[in-house]
Write a protein of this length. Structure first.
Length: 197
C-alpha cells in the first residue's frame, strides 16, 4: 500500500507521520509514502519512524526484508514553495462542500461559493489548485469532476489537522472544585438539551 502527499515540510511532518501510522495500524500493513518534495527535517522524522518513502528529488528510504536503501539528495526544495500548493482554511471549506455534494461541481461558481461561504475567486482558485494536484478532471464544458474522491477526502483530513482544527479549538476544560469532567458531563448534556444544542 502507498500514500501520496504533495509536499511534506518540517511543519507538516508530524501530522503526516501520525496519519500514516494510524492508517498502517488500521490496514495492518506497512505504507510507502510517495511525495513531490520532502524537507530535510521531514526525511529525518520519517526515517526515525521507519516510514519508507520516495520523492521527486531522488530521496528514497526502503527498510524491509528484501532491501535496505537510503539515498539522501541535496535539496532544491524550499520550505517557502509549499505555500503555493498548501491548502488554506477557505480551500478546505470548498473541499468540504465538494466532498459533501460532488454534483455541485455542475453548478456555477457563485452557487458553490455561496454553499462554502467563500468568494467566487476563492472557489476558482481552489478548483484550479485541486485540478493541478490531480484531484479534479476538467470536462469539455469547462466544469470539473472529482477523479480521486478518497484521496481528496484524505487530503481534507490532513488539511483539517493542519489548518482547521487549530482554528476551531475554543478552549479546554479545567476542573473546578476538584471535580472530574465525567462528573459534570451529564449536567452539560442536560443543559444542551434544554437550550436545543
Amino acid at each position: 500500500m502507498y500514500a501520496i502527499q504533495p509536499d511534506v515540510t518540517s511543519t507538516t511532518a508530524e501530522v503526516v507521520i501520525d496519519y500514516l501510522l494510524l492508517k498502517q495500524q488500521k490496514l495492518n500493513e506497512k505504507l510507502f509514502l510517495i511525495a513531490r518534495s520532502l524537507s530535510e527535517t521531514a526525511i529525518d522524522k520519517l526515517v526515525a519512524n521507519n516510514i519508507e518513502f520516495i520523492d521527486t528529488n531522488g530521496n528514497i528510504y526502503l527498510n524491509n526484508s528484501a532491501a535496505y536503501i537510503f539515498i539522501r539528495r541535496k535539496h532544491l526544495f524550499q520550505e517557502k514553495s509549499v505555500s503555493n500548493s498548501q491548502i488554506s482554511f477557505n480551500n478546505l471549506k470548498v473541499i468540504y462542500v465538494l466532498l459533501k455534494s460532488p454534483d455541485i461541481l455542475r453548478a456555477s461558481s457563485e452557487e458553490l461559493a455561496l454553499a462554502a461561504e467563500v468568494t467566487s475567486i476563492t472557489v476558482n482558485d481552489t478548483l484550479k489548485k485541486l485540478y493541478k494536484l490531480g484531484y479534479l478532471q476538467r470536462q469539455r464544458d469547462g466544469k470539473y469532476i472529482i477523479t480521486r474522491y478518497s484521496k481528496l477526502l484524505e487530503r481534507w483530513e490532513m488539511g483539517y489537522a493542519e489548518t482547521l482544527r487549530p482554528e476551531l479549538l475554543l478552549g479546554t476544560y479545567t476542573p473546578t472544585l476538584r471535580s472530574k469532567f465525567t462528573e459534570v458531563a451529564d449536567n452539560l448534556i442536560q443543559k444542551a438539551k434544554e437550550n436545543n444544542f
